[in-house]
Design a protein around this ligand. Structure first.
Ligand SMILES: C[S@@+](CC[C@H](N)C(=O)[O-])C[C@H]1O[C@@H](n2cnc3c(N)ncnc32)[C@H](O)[C@@H]1O
Length: 371
């Protein structure tokens, strides 16, 4: 039993089974024992993201953010909010690149790295000390209350937001709760904890097959609606793995998409070592679009990471890949790392890019040119 398992077992013994969303929230974000609350000691042991592959990911996105700024009429202040910024690796790569190559945009850029974990916020501030001193960077536990002009960006945040689990059982949708029986955690099926779950599937026109398990990402819906409310003019750019609803809930996904990750190994053993393994579910991009519309976010485009990064890099033949003074061997290594990001069998087709906008008219963004 991990320390968190003891706490959760005690809570369940006293108050009864908890929703899977509550269980997942505690496993990932418990202030002391949550997987993401700890310093990044185990980071590369369990997973890595596009940000860790090569700074070209951040550099191409920096060019896209600069184009967004242009499309908004070059406002004096462009607030770039990164939600789920982790230790701030992406933030420092974007800021360094803008300072060196996109000076006018850098002058307007105010980067806010939003991160739930206090330990990670501290690391992010260390990474971007110089930019913070110059007024271009701040870290925060909360999303800014109001953005006049800017962009909300996230990479692999939405898949880490807690989900409810459901199963179609005897023609009715039921919910899977976490219970503690005979010394271990188990899933138990009971009536839905909230009618928001039936609304979630109903609004998307989804009926599950008998016996099918699925996740309802209610927190992701709240998150995107809230962002839409806080953004006056600008964009929301979300990168993650997932599908539109019609694919996510089809008969290829009878067991749902929830997975536990430990030591780069995926399993369905969600109840093993709470707080010591990552839990993720594929993102439902249709839900992000529908709940975004509730706060006037319109979809500008949806494409694969492959198409998005290729469109952004083609203009200068990926010149941003190289740093001055690099050897041939280093350049070859950089090209291979780029391949990991864009190759369809690498991260390229697994990851999708959704761009939403509000109060912006007209021109298509370069990253979406291939659609
Ligand atoms: C899988 S990591 C991705 C980190 C980073 N974006 C990257 O690409 O390397 C997800 C991060 O989102 C953070 N997070 C989760 N929910 C959050 C929320 N509601 N607000 C801010 N950060 C959150 C977690 O603490 C974690 O650091």
């Amino acid at each position: 039993m991990t320390p968190l398992a003891e706490l959760l077992a005690d809570r369940i013994r006293r108050f009864g089974p908890i929703t899977f969303a509550d269980y997942m929230r505690e496993c990932l974000y418990h202030p002391v024992h949550g997987y993401y609350s700890k310093v990044e000691a185990k980071r590369f042991a369990d997973y890595y993201t596009s940000v860790d592959v090569h700074p070209i990911f951040a550099r191409l996105l920096a060019r896209q953010f600069a184009e967004m700024w242009e499309s908004l009429g070059r406002p004096a202040e462009f607030v770039l909010v990164e939600a789920g910024a982790g230790v701030g690796r992406f933030a420092s790569q974007v800021l360094d690149f803008c300072e060196a190559k996109l000076a006018a945009f850098y002058g307007a850029l105010r980067y806010v790295a939003v991160e739930r974990s206090a330990a990670r916020r501290e690391q992010a501030t260390m990474h971007s000390k110089r930019h913070a001193a110059a007024g271009h960077f701040a870290s925060s536990a909360e999303l800014p209350a109001h953005i006049a002009a800017g962009c909300f960006f996230s990479n692999e945040l939405v898949d880490a937001l807690p989900v409810h689990r459901v199963v179609m059982d005897g023609g009715a949708m039921k919910e899977v709760f976490a219970d503690f029986r005979d010394g271990k955690f188990v899933g138990v099926v009971a009536p839905l904890s909230t009618c928001a779950i039936s609304e979630y599937f109903g609004v998307q026109g989804i009926t599950l097959h008998e016996g099918q398990h699925a996740e309802a990402g209610l927190e992701a819906c709240d998150w995107i609606s809230e962002i839409g409310r806080r953004l006056e003019r600008g964009y929301v750019l979300t990168i993650d793995y997932g599908h539109p609803a019609a694919d996510l809930f089809d008969d290829h996904h009878m067991r749902g998409t929830l997975l536990a990750y430990q030591n780069h190994r995926a399993s369905e053993d969600f109840y093993a070592s709470p707080g010591q393994q990552d839990l993720t579910a594929h993102v439902n991009f249709t839900a992000l679009e529908l709940w975004g519309k509730r706060s006037r976010l319109e979809t500008a485009g949806f494409t694969s990471q492959t198409a998005f990064l290729l469109a952004l890099g083609q203009g200068n033949e990926f010149a941003d890949l190289y740093d001055e003074g690099q050897s041939d061997a280093e350049r070859t290594k950089a090209r291979l790392q780029l391949k990991t990001l864009i190759h369809p069998e690498g991260m390229g087709e697994r990851f999708q890019v959704l761009v939403q906008r509000k109060g912006v008219s007209g021109s298509q963004l370069t990253g979406l040119a291939g659609i």
